[in-house]
Design a protein around this ligand. Structure first.
Ligand SMILES: [Zn+2]
Length: 182
């Protein structure tokens, strides 16, 4: 799958958890691919869509950062981005490995996509819409979202949040525009 679609899906996944993690989720959304280059530079022989694309690894990373230790959701955001990448790749014909010990490939929806096909954009669009819908229907999950004061880290969409807080834009407008950077 193309990186731009991975980034859209990563941002959408991140938005469901917490808007503040979107930047790291976008970084993580391409990680399974660029980690292959990093490993190669380090002298490891990596085949495409193997070790860095194991679904269980990314699930374990999410569990680790969510339950054990994390710093300002950076680990969690990155892991969610990586997880979104592997999920997105599972739509393709080649699929992804489910666990490091099995050769079976994991596919979603029959694994019909070919990388570079228009279908990719459709899948990315549908996932983004579903995530936006989720965010729209569950605004309560954002009530506890960290603010600038508590997070100390400024994402590019922060202004919308600030304007929302100060009443310049209403909730619907904020929710709508928050995802506009996509
Ligand atoms: Zn990939």
């Amino acid at each position: 799958m193309k990186w731009q679609n991975h980034m859209i899906i990563g941002a959408a996944f991140g938005a469901v958890i917490n808007p503040l993690i979107i930047p790291v989720a976008v970084l993580g959304s391409t990680a399974p691919d660029w980690l292959e280059y990093v490993l190669k530079i380090c002298g490891y022989r990596v085949k495409h869509r193997t070790v860095t694309h194991v679904l269980l690894y990314w699930l374990a990373a999410i569990a680790f950062f969510a339950l054990v230790i994390d710093y300002r959701h950076i680990g969690l955001g990155f892991a969610i981005g990586g997880f979104s990448h592997v999920i997105a790749d599972s739509f393709t014909i080649a699929g992804v490995p489910f666990s490091p010990t099995s050769d079976a490939r994991f596919h979603l929806f029959g694994g019909k996509l070919r990388t570079g096909n228009a279908g990719e954009y459709v899948v990315a669009g549908i996932i983004a819409l579903m995530c936006a819908g989720w965010v729209h229907l569950s605004p309560a999950s954002f009530k506890n979202a960290p603010t600038l004061e508590t997070s100390g880290f400024i994402p590019f969409f922060y202004d919308w949040k600030k304007e929302y807080d100060s009443g310049i834009v209403d909730g619907a407008e904020w929710r709508e525009n928050r995802l506009k950077f996509i």
